[in-house]
Design a protein around this ligand. Structure first.
Ligand code: ADP
Ligand code: MG
Length: 256
């Protein structure tokens, strides 16, 4: 039997910042090899959900499972925290995040940026990491930029370097938070192409995006969040072609 355990499974997740309830009971499953897109208005909780998924944020209630392995918690409610630092590190390094603002280290070359975490966090052999870093940079189309500084690259090139950096961790899944939002339209497409290539390779991805065309093209499943709850979800054809909820219809017509 093939292993059908999802890479990420989130059940009934609740997250508040003080009085503000941002996630109010969200379930998300990302099966291996699938692309799940999260859409929704600004402030609906999309970034918070991604950050909770890879344990960059605490959450107060609900379960998070990584390849079937439940995150272990201590405390409860607002005091709930992950109990096992090694588990957190293992999960976080297996769910590599790509941010809207690239977040490259300005004082490191592109190659150093890609090599840094595999060498220092995972303790992998520097020579081997360099080889795979060069391979991933070539794969995203900037193999000639290894020795450049981030500031010397266009936004689209910086974001592709950030994707190479995420790939070099050899993660089980990639989490994208609005990867094309900071880019001019003509640069957006070069990043979209890389994301499409990764989807075609069968990478497991959770993508927050404002780009409905990207979501429609790459997703196996689309989730529409509204004020911290899933308002509607389904295959892209259904969500974009035959939206049932009034709120989703309103959201889609406003983004067209
Ligand atoms: P989205 O990514 O869908 O735009 P976010 O997840 O960033 O939404 O934010 C959801 C809500 O949580 C917003 O109301 C936002 O202001 C609030 N929020 C996000 N991060 C924090 C934080 N660190 N502290 C307090 N409130 C926050
Ligand atoms: Mg956001």
């Amino acid at each position: 039997m093939p292993d059908t355990t999802p890479v990420i499974e989130i059940r009934n997740l609740h997250k508040s910042y003080g009085e503000l309830e941002v996630l109010r009971g969200v379930d998300i499953t990302a099966p291996a090899g699938h692309v799940v897109s999260l859409i929704g208005s600004s402030g609906s909780g999309k970034s918070t959900l991604l950050r909770c998924a890879n344990l960059l944020e605490d959450s107060q209630q609900g379960e998070i499972l990584f390849k079937g392995e439940p995150v272990l918690w201590k405390g409860s409610g607002m005091a709930r925290r992950p109990a096992d630092a090694k588990q957190v590190l293992r999960i976080r390094t297996n769910l590599s995040m790509v941010f809207q603002q690239f977040n490259l280290w300005a004082h490191m070359t592109i190659l150093q940026n890609v090599m840094e975490a595999p060498v220092t966090v995972l303790g992998r052999d520097r020579g081997e990491v360099e080889q795979s870093a060069r391979r991933y940079l070539a794969k995203v189309g900037i193999g000639d930029k290894c020795d450049a500084w981030p500031a010397q690259l266009s936004g689209g090139q910086q974001q592709r370097a950030a994707i190479a950096r995420a790939l070099c961790m050899e993660p089980q899944a990639l989490l994208f938070d609005e990867p094309t939002s900071a880019l001019d339209p003509e640069l957006e497409q070069e990043v979209v192409k890389v994301i499409k290539d990764l989807a075609n390779e069968g990478r497991t991805m959770l993508i927050v995006t404002h780009d409905m065309k990207l979501a429609a093209d790459v997703s196996d499943h689309v989730v529409f969040l509204h004020q911290g709850l899933i308002e509607e979800q389904g295959a892209p054809d259904a969500v974009f072609g035959a939206p049932k909820s009034e709120r989703l219809r309103g959201f889609l017509s406003a983004t067209r």
